[in-house]
Design a protein around this ligand. Structure first.
Ligand code: FAD
Length: 493
């Protein structure tokens, strides 16, 4: 391939993806690399991407980020899960919380014990057996020993970029301002050699990271890598984002509220709330979606509603020649489970693990692409689950989603759970307990439970279930209020 030592890394684009890549590469590999980030003041970042999942904690540990300082800088809050309202059916809700539900015991998962308890009328809602869910709805939060309470964050995306920029520049990243006009490639190999900017500057490099967002200037514009469209599985193609002033204490969870043609998000920060509507343009116009969003806002608007169009799917290769696509340039999955920043982080960590110091090898490229494909596809399936499994048939949009064909791997997972209550995590995939929480939350109740549960007498089962619930109740009663905790914590950082 290209046996040239990699010395110069060029990151094209300075949104969340660009600055996350810059911060990680400069902190961990910076001593041996010359890293330049090119961004254009003329081209705004997408400006959304404010809900995260717990894995961001690991990324921050890698970067040695002080959590209190990070939350103060990004006006962030803690997130224990996502509340799905009107998804299973109108006026019904459930929470997908980040923790484990119940207690794993014997040969079967907790759901089997809960299922029998439910049949006997002695078990309450599945979520009542999850510490993170009970803490979330009680609006309480604190750090517990041994990661006892699993959490993520809500952040201001613009402030997060600025925070990472400061860190990256302190670690030696050079920021070049300018609009990329031309991507110069080697005539023989097709490898990218340099970026020419409108202001006449030329930025040369050995390895290029495409973080130019939906424009995908390098991976697609120059390399024509190709795109796999997934809109037949995830039909939403539009979003409207708007920010409002906070009128109440910040809750420690994201709200996802289903409407007749899509869904609305509410992301509580310390100083404001991020809101938006995700919808499918085949079922509703931008104007109608905007009207419904505005009707459902709480608090005064502080930005004008902004329409964002997108295409769901993935780049055919995420690493092509000497270009790695990270962030929106690599594809897009809607923000229902807040997975995009996680996928950015995964790609960055994967690139660092496979960093081609001594030259770019096709085996590295193939392995990178295989791993990224698996991550993206399993995440995609988890998101599709919310759309295809529910009891809503009240609008054309929800009927369409219920009847659409779904990927075979997902269909097998759903059938297996339905018939047997079993669910398995494959190859270290991202979601684990979450599959169960969302399948049950969306109204899929298995037809049978594992016979091992019958080894317990009814009294033992009652004691077992009550014990879990009362432990959770005891723990939550000791936790402080989330808003009060944030205030005190950020002042300590
Ligand atoms: P962008 O933010 O678009 O940045 C692109 C950069 O490239 C900019 O700096 C721009 O200046 C630069 N650029 C482009 N063209 C040129 C050029 N010609 N010359 C020089 N520079 C150029 N993710 C989550 O994890 N959680 C969420 O809750 C979430 N919500 C979302 C909601 C919506 C509606 C959408 C659309 C996305 C959401 N995402 C979410 C995804 C998340 O916003 C993105 O993954 C993340 O912001 C990364 O974007 P990016 O850096 O790839 O692109």
């Amino acid at each position: 391939m290209q046996d040239k030592r990699i010395k110069k890394v060029v990151i094209a684009g300075g949104g969340t993806a660009g600055w996350m890549a810059a911060a990680a590469l400069s902190k961990l590999l910076g001593k041996n690399l010359d890293i330049t980030l090119v961004e254009s003041d003329e081209i705004a970042t997408v400006g959304v991407g404010e809900a995260t999942i717990p894995t961001l904690q690991y990324f921050h540990k890698l970067l040695n980020i002080n959590e209190a300082e990070f939350l103060k800088e990004t006006h962030g809050t803690f997130k224990l899960g996502i509340k799905f309202e009107n998804w299973r059916a109108k006026n019904e809700d459930y929470l997908h919380a980040f923790g484990v539900t119940g207690q794993d015991c014997w040969a079967a998962g907790f759901q089997h014990f809960w299922l029998k308890g439910r049949q006997q009328g002695i078990a309450s809602d599945f979520g009542d057996y999850c510490l993170e869910q009970v803490s979330a709805v009680s609006e309480k939060f604190a750090h517990l020993p041994n990661n006892g309470l699993n959490y993520a964050y809500h952040i201001d995306a613009t402030r997060y970029g600025q925070y990472l920029r400061k860190m990256s520049e302190a670690h030696g990243v050079t920021r070049v301002e300018g609009k990329i006009e031309q991507v110069k490639q080697n005539h023989e190999t097709g490898f990218i050699e340099s970026l020419s900017l409108a202001n006449g500057k030329v930025v040369e490099g050995d390895l290029f990271i495409d973080c130019t967002g939906q424009r995908a200037l390098l991976i697609e514009g120059a390399l024509h890598t190709g795109f796999e469209d997934w809109s037949h599985w995830l039909p939403c193609d539009s979003a409207i984002a708007v920010q409002t002033k906070s009128v109440a204490e910040a809750i420690p969870y994201t709200r996802s509220i289903a409407h007749d043609f899509g869904w609305q998000w509410r992301i509580p920060l310390q100083h404001r709330v991020g809101n938006g509507m995700v919808y499918c343009s085949k079922f509703v116009s931008d104007e109608q979606a905007k009207a419904v969003l505005e009707e459902n806002l709480v608090g005064e608007k502080i930005t004008e509603p902004r329409v964002i169009k997108y295409r769901t799917g993935t780049r055919r290769k995420h690493w092509n020649k000497n270009c790695v696509a990270v962030g929106l340039s690599s594809g897009f999955l809607e923000p229902l489970e807040s997975t995009s920043i996680h996928l950015i982080q995964q790609s960055i960590v994967r690139l660092m693990r496979m960093f081609p110091h001594t030259g770019i090898k096709q085996t590295d490229i193939d392995e990178f692409n295989l791993q990224t494909k698996f991550d993206t596809e399993t995440t995609r399936d988890f998101i599709i689950l919310h759309y295809c499994q529910h009891n809503r048939s009240d609008t054309e949009f929800w009927r369409h989603c219920r009847n659409m064909p779904i990927p075979e791997r997902l269909s097998h997972r759903i059938e297996l759970f339905k018939e047997t209550g079993r669910v398995f995590r494959k190859n270290n995939e991202l979601f684990d307990d979450s599959w169960m929480q969302v399948m049950i939350g969306q109204g899929l109740i298995p037809e049978s439970y594992h016979p091992i549960v019958d080894n317990m007498s009814d009294d033992e089962l009652i004691r077992f279930l009550d014990h879990i619930k009362s432990n959770i109740k005891g723990t939550v009663s000791q936790l402080p209020n989330h808003q009060a905790f944030i205030k005190q914590y950020c002042n300590s950082g």
